[in-house]
Design a binder for this molecule. Structure first.
Ligand SMILES: Cc1ncc(COP(=O)(O)O)c(C=O)c1O
Length: 338
């Protein structure tokens, strides 16, 4: 454990004047229903323990996805669910797989669990590539992928879930910004979970709420090992309100997609390579300046984006799509740098 490399979260600067495009948060506020419920949350409710199995919230999620409450697990952010999966579905002698690059928490979770990592390098242009005969106990499949923003062909994902011998967790953190999802696979295959978060499309990263949907035995396994009260009362209530206002979420997503298209076009205009994004961020290879250099120059001018050093990711920047005003400011600063 002394050698363990902890996960590095994106910076949360104290300076509020910074244009913050580094952690894929939603630039718009959560639904007014959420704010109203937060204001009327009473002291009396805080005195009592929350529902240990988040029944009301899970019923809402089951209603949304057309499944039973027994097919739904609700967690303290989707990061909690990822950690629980490493304990529920991997023997001490087992292994955890994931694509590289993808969410940088996965290898950290494997190290915490002290099991083997079995990463798969993506194909050219960060496209889907699964070697024949590949095996692992648990595979974390980010779709659309982060940090590349690329959506994998559903036929490939389906084929993989159908033939993989271990458990597949499809991490759909960014799926509301995408044109396609894989929820049906979780309801079809006994080895497949689909995980969602309220941190991105629902603007609730500060709340910590996520969920997984899948076959009853997988969900039961997560329940067996979770903390007694893994979701606090406020999170359960506010997550329920957010999920009761999908229309509001979709209207914010539409705005972000519009800004995403504009930002993509402008960055192409600078000669930058921009991958087609199905998320709320762009994966960008700058032109005439190194990614690291551009990251530093933007930072000096109070624009924060994300840079992941390393051979696969070191030539790129991950830029969160904020508001139109954020985009204007970013492009103005970029223009001056370039
Ligand atoms: C791919 C992916 N999965 C999961 C998460 C974690 O989400 P949550 O805030 O629900 O823990 C993130 C957060 O950035 C992410 O990028």
């Amino acid at each position: 454990m002394q050698d363990l490399q902890a996960y590095t979260p994106g910076e949360q600067p104290a300076d509020k004047r910074i244009v913050k495009l580094n952690t894929n948060e939603n630039p718009y506020p959560p639904s007014p229903r959420v704010i109203r419920a937060a204001r009327t949350f009473t002291a009396a409710r805080l005195r009592l323990y929350p529902d240990p199995v988040s029944r009301k919230l899970r019923s809402k999620i089951a209603e949304i996805h057309g499944c039973g409450i027994e097919n739904v697990f609700a967690g303290n952010g989707s990061d909690e669910i990822l950690a629980l999966c490493t304990r529920a579905f991997v023997e001490d002698s087992g292994s955890i797989g994931y694509f590289i690059p993808s969410y940088s928490l996965y290898p950290v979770l494997a190290d915490i669990r002290a099991v083997c990592k079995n990463p798969v390098a993506l194909g050219a242009g960060f496209q889907w590539r699964m070697p024949g005969g590949y095996s692992a106990s648990l595979f974390f499949l980010t779709n659309p992928n982060a940090p590349t923003g690329i959506l994998y062909p559903k036929a490939e994902v389906r084929k993989f879930c159908a033939s993989f011998k271990g458990v597949v967790l499809i991490d759909e953190a960014y799926v509301d910004f995408s044109r396609e999802h894989c929820m049906d696979l979780a309801l079809k295959y006994k080895n497949t979970l689909v995980m969602r978060t309220l941190s991105k499309s629902y603007s609730l990263a500060g709340l910590r709420a996520g969920y997984a949907v899948g076959a009853k035995p997988l969900i039961e396994a997560l329940f067996k090992i979770k903390d007694s009260y893994n979701m606090d009362a406020l999170s359960q209530t506010l997550a329920h309100e957010a999920l009761s206002d999908i229309r509001y979420m979709k209207s914010n997503v539409a705005r972000i997609r519009k800004t995403r298209a504009r930002l993509t076009e402008s960055l192409n205009g600078f000669g930058f390579l921009v991958y087609p994004s199905e998320t709320n961020f762009l994966w960008v290879k700058p032109f005439r300046i190194s990614a690291n250099q551009l990251f530093e120059r933007l930072r000096e001018r109070k624009v924060l984006v994300r840079y992941f050093k390393g051979p696969l990711t070191g030539d790129f920047l991950r830029i969160t799509v904020g508001t139109d005003e954020d985009a204007d400011r970013f492009l103005q600063v970029l223009g001056r740098i370039m």
